[in-house]
Each structure stands twice: as structure tokens, then as C-alpha cells.
Design a binder for this molecule. Structure first.
Ligand code: PEP
Ligand code: MG
Length: 571
């Protein structure tokens, strides 16, 4: 058994035999045409360009069910074909150097791709895959079919490859592909976006993958943890089969639960919202019966990108998400980069203790221009739906005031430019620092709502780095110290009639639903796939019983004590 770690890009568990795709690089022979054939060669190129464009349009039509971002990717390929610089450099190779059309295409595209690759940035690398894709498509028309195409899958398999271009991903038979893993790629790559759009478990950037995988070997893709397991032993296989069954049950539960109301046996209504990272996640929220989005982690729109998204681009994403939610809430959290969500951009340096360093709102305060751009895009989107704005890592009321003052400046800018916007959208804050929890009463005076970020609240309260496996056994959101802070935050919010939501991972774990309800939480936000199970659990609870559990948990001496309490309850 070999366990390889990569970057998780699309959730889910896939188990099956591997098909290993070898490098898809196409070598085109150096070849030339005599001067009198140059015009004919240019015509041949134009024909290939037209036909390729037609193919792409056809594939767009055949993917009429594709979510917005999948369509966008296919449309990007079309834009490449219209790129004057690229086409110009292919044509000039034919005209001045007398290259054959296939050689000119290959040479020009590879030169451009090499330049992009040299920039050493994941977004540029992902563009390289897009360009190679266009090369393959053009060569198919110039020299015959089959260039760069994936072999047809005969049965359900896991696809393992060095990299997969977006076109290859769109051409994959979705009935046959269980999931995929690649040695290259990145979270932001188009192929990763497609995997999420198609809901295929996927892990990328897995070092040593193609070397280790063999055709037909049993493989597990764990899209939750970012693992690829080759030749799993019996225990591991059994573990993952059980996990997959649980997920499947969740899907079944999902269809049963979708239309049922999220309320306890004694009629207490609880809101179940979803956490999302991209616009493409929205359909999954609705399918799972989510009542809206409690946390849109917008940093994923920026991580690994070559440049920051401008106001218009951000506005498009937020507006489209808000519209797709059809009046349900969309809680947009301003960018939370830094710490583990580090990409060397936004002017931040590697820090000695990054979780204690410049992250989230601290970066936004330093880069006010960039921050205001995001705030303007959010306020404009708020004119198209039920949008709420939220800040990450606020420490005290002073910081909330500082953020709100910047919102005010952004609002004035919108007014001056005459752009349609919603100036009075609800503005809330994450409570994820013990400092904010201890100051919750004061912060509640000026925040429209709270969202408790228990992932960070736990690490900062217990002094346990949430990403460090050496201390992973000490990381427990159900530790009584964290529970006490949650209770304080809920009480402070309630006293001012503020909605208090919880959006850390604990919100999606049904084992803790009763405890959280007992602490007074009435709004949960979690990965969409957890919603049905949490709803089912919730529908079996009585609030009075939940309160008893919470009271006892608050008096517990440590996390194990709380576990004992919950285990007792389950017996
Ligand atoms: C949290 O800290 O609980 C949270 C939801 O934010 P993130 O996981 O994005 O830090
Ligand atoms: Mg957080």
C-alpha cells in the first residue's frame, strides 16, 4: 500500500482500478513548405481554425447542462482561437519561415506555453494546459484524428495522469470515470474547476503519482483529505468503502430530506446553510436542501491567480451566485488569505508563525485599495439578491469599526460613480478569535450578525495549530473551553437580537448537533454534502434534552469528558 498526498480539489471518495494515461505531449516533426505553397498552407491553417472553433461550439451545445464555470472554460478555449497574437505568430511562421501549418502551430504554442510556465505561477501553468489543448485540437484537423485524445474507457475506472487538459476533462465519459488524480495541476486549474462542476472526486499535484501507479492497480481517491492510495490493504479498503457508503447514504438521505423542514421534534426551527468556495458550488447547495450560503470563502477566487480579480469580475461571480440562490441568503466573507492559505502574493512574506501573523482582515487593512474593490463588488451584487457581508478574524470592536469605515468609503465611491448598489446590506463578522469572543457583547452592538468560526476559535483557544498533525489529537472543538466561548458568543448575540451562525467544521458533524442546539445555535453553515445528515439528526432532537447535554458539557473537565458524555447519550 502506498499513500500519496496531493492537493484536494474536489470532494468525495472514489475506489476502483486505475487507468494510467501516459504523457500526452505531441511531437510534431520540423517540416517546411516551398514558397509557392505558403498561401495554400495558410488556407489550410484557417480551415483548421474554423473547424476547431466549430468543434468547441458543438461541445458547448452538448454540455447544455454544464454549470456556469464549466461553460466558461469551454468558452475560454474559443477565446484562445481568436487570440490575435497567437494566430499572428502561427501565420508569420508559415509566411516568413515557411513552416508547415502543423509545425507552425506546435512551435508557436509551445513557445508561448514555455513563457507562461517560466512565470512559476499556478494560474499561468493552468493556462498552459488550455493552450496544449488548442494545439491538440488544431493538429487533429491538420494531421488527422486522435492527437492528445484520451483512450476510450471500457469500464468504470480512476484516471491517473501527469496532467489532464480541460478539453480532455470535458471529453471524459462521466459514466465511466470514478474520479481522477494528476501529478501536476492546481486548485485553481480549469481541470480542477471542472472536477468540482462534475462532482468527481479529484486530487492534483501528487508528487510521484505516475511513477507509482500501474494500469489496473486498485486505487482510492480521498477527495476530502487530498490522498491517493495505491494498492490499499484490506482494512483501508474496508474503511473507505464504509465512508463511501456513508456518503451514498447521505445522497439518499438528501433526496428524502430535501423538502422537509429543518426543525426539532418539538418544533424549534433551525436554519441549515452551506459553506462554498466557488460560484460552481451553488447548485450543490440547492440540491442538498441548503437554505442559502452562510459562508462564501472568497479567497479561493484569488489564490494562485496571476492577478487579482477586478471589481467587474468579482461582481459577476457574486451577482451570479446571489441570483442562483433566488432570494436565499448569500454571506460573502471578505478575503481570508495568509496562514495556510498562502500564495506568496498580496505582499505577504512567509512568516515565522503564520497563523498568528498577517492574515484575513489584517491583509485587507494593509491593502485598502484592494479591499475597497471587493467591498464595492459585494455591495453591487447585493442589489441583485439577498447578500450579507462578513469580515474574517476581527479582534475587537475597534477593528469592526475600522472595517465599517472602509465600507463607508467604498459606498461613497459607488455613489459617485453612479453604479447600482445596495448600501444597507447586513454587515456581520466572524467570531473566531478568543479576543472577539470575550468582546462579543460590545461587538454585537455594531455587527448585524455573528458567524462563529470554530476552526480557528479552537486553534487559538487551545493553542493547537489546526494544520499540525503532531498536535492533531489535541485539536477538539468540543473542548469545554471552546464550548464556553461559543455559549458566550451566542448569549451576547441573542441579547441584541443578532443572528448567530456557526460555520466551522463542527457544524456539519451530526454527533455535535444536539450539543450546539443546546448551546443556543439556531443557524448552521457547513459543506453542502453534510446538510441532509445534520437535518435528519436535528429532526430527532428535543431542545430540552439538548440543553441538558450542553449544560453538562460546559461543566466537563476536558474534551474526552465531553466525548464520554456524547457517547453515553448515543448508547
Ligand atoms: C473557521 O475558522 O471556523 C472558518 C469557518 O473559517 P476558515 O475555516 O475559512 O478559516
Ligand atoms: Mg477561520
Amino acid at each position: 500500500m502506498l499513500i500519496l498526498r496531493g492537493q484536494k480539489v474536489s470532494e468525495g471518495i472514489a475506489i476502483g482500478p486505475a487507468t494510467v494515461l501516459t504523457a500526452l505531449e505531441v511531437k510534431v516533426k520540423e517540416a517546411f513548405v516551398p514558397p509557392e505553397k505558403v498561401e495554400a498552407e495558410l488556407k489550410r491553417l484557417r480551415r483548421a481554425l474554423d473547424r476547431t472553433a466549430r468543434d468547441i461550439r458543438d461541445s458547448l451545445d452538448s454540455q447544455s447542462d454544464a454549470v456556469g464555470e464549466v461553460r466558461q472554460i469551454i468558452e475560454t478555449s474559443l477565446q484562445f482561437l481568436g487570440d490575435e497574437y497567437l494566430i499572428g505568430s502561427i501565420e508569420s511562421r508559415i509566411r516568413t519561415k515557411h513552416f508547415t501549418a502543423p509545425y507552425a502551430v506546435s512551435d508557436a504554442i509551445h513557445e508561448m506555453a514555455a513563457r507562461l510556465q517560466a512565470i512559476d505561477n499556478p494560474t499561468f501553468s493552468s493556462k498552459v494546459a488550455d493552450m496544449i489543448d488548442i494545439e491538440h485540437r488544431l493538429l487533429n484537423h491538420l494531421v488527422g484524428g486522435g492527437v492528445g485524445q484520451l483512450p476510450k474507457l471500457e469500464r468504470q475506472q480512476i484516471v491517473i495522469a501527469d496532467d489532464i487538459t480541460p478539453a480532455q476533462a470535458t471529453s471524459l465519459d462521466r459514466e465511466k470515470v470514478l474520479g481522477f488524480a494528476t501529478e501536476r495541476g492546481s486548485w485553481a486549474s480549469h481541470t480542477a474547476v471542472l472536477a468540482r462542476g462534475y462532482r468527481l472526486p479529484a486530487v492534483v499535484a501528487v508528487a510521484g503519482l505516475t511513477e507509482a501507479a500501474r494500469l489496473g492497480a486498485m486505487v482510492v481517491i480521498d477527495g476530502h483529505e487530498g490522498l491517493v492510495i495505491i494498492d490499499p490493504d484490506e482494512d483501508t479498503l474496508a474503511h473507505y468503502r464504509a465512508l463511501r457508503r456513508r456518503r451514498k447514504r447521505r445522497t439518499n438521505v438528501s433526496s428524502q430530506m430535501r423538502t422537509l423542514s429543518a426543525e426539532t421534534q418539538d418544533g424549534e426551527r433551525v436554519k441549515l446553510l452551506a459553506n462554498i468556495e466557488t460560484r460552481a458550488d451553488v447548485p450543490g447547495v440547492l440540491e442538498a436542501g441548503g437554505e442559502g450560503v452562510g459562508l462564501f470563502r472568497t479567497e479561493f477566487l484569488f489564490l494562485g491567480t496571476a492577478r487579482d480579480l477586478g471589481e467587474e469580475e468579482q461582481f459577476d461571480v457574486y451577482r451570479s451566485a446571489a441570483e442562483a440562490l433566488e432570494g436565499r441568503p448569500l454571506t460573502i466573507r471578505t478575503i481570508d488569505v495568509g496562514a495556510d492559505k498562502f500564495d506568496g502574493r498580496h505582499g505577504n512574506q512567509r512568516e515565522p508563525n503564520p497563523f498568528m501573523g498577517e492574515r484575513a482582515i489584517r491583509v485587507s487593512f494593509r491593502k485598502e485599495e484592494f479591499f475597497r474593490t471587493q467591498l464595492r463588488a459585494i455591495m453591487r451584487a447585493a442589489a441583485h439578491g439577498n447578500v450579507r457581508m462578513m469580515f474574517p478574524m476581527i479582534m475587537d470592536l475597534g477593528e469592526l469599526r475600522r472595517a465599517r469605515a472602509i465600507v463607508e468609503r467604498a459606498r461613497r465611491e459607488l455613489e459617485e460613480s453612479g453604479k447600482v448598489h445596495e448600501p444597507d446590506l447586513p454587515i456581520g463578522t466572524m467570531i473566531e478569535l478568543p479576543s472577539a469572543a470575550l468582546n462579543a457583547e460590545r461587538i454585537a452592538k455594531e455587527a448585524d450578525f455573528f458567524s462563529i468560526g470554530t476552526n480557528d476559535l479552537t486553534q487559538y483557544t487551545l493553542g493547537v495549530d489546526r494544520t499540525n498533525h503532531r498536535v492533531a489529537d489535541r485539536y477538539a472543538t468540543h473542548h469545554p473551553s471552546v464550548l464556553r466561548l461559543i455559549k458566550m458568543i451566542v448569549d451576547a448575540g441573542r441579547a441584541r437580537r443578532r443572528t448567530v451562525s456557526i460555520c466551522g467544521e463542527i457544524a456539519g458533524d451530526p454527533v455535535f448537533t444536539a450539543l450546539l442546539v443546546g448551546l443556543g445555535v439556531r443557524e448552521f453553515s457547513m459543506a453542502p454534502s453534510f446538510i441532509p445528515e445534520v437535518k435528519r439528526t436535528l429532526r430527532g432532537l428535543f431542545v430540552s434534552h439538548c440543553v441538558q447535554i450542553a449544560e453538562r458539557a460546559l461543566k466537563a473537565v476536558d474534551a474526552a469528558d465531553v466525548e464520554g458524555l456524547l457517547a453515553l447519550r448515543r448508547r
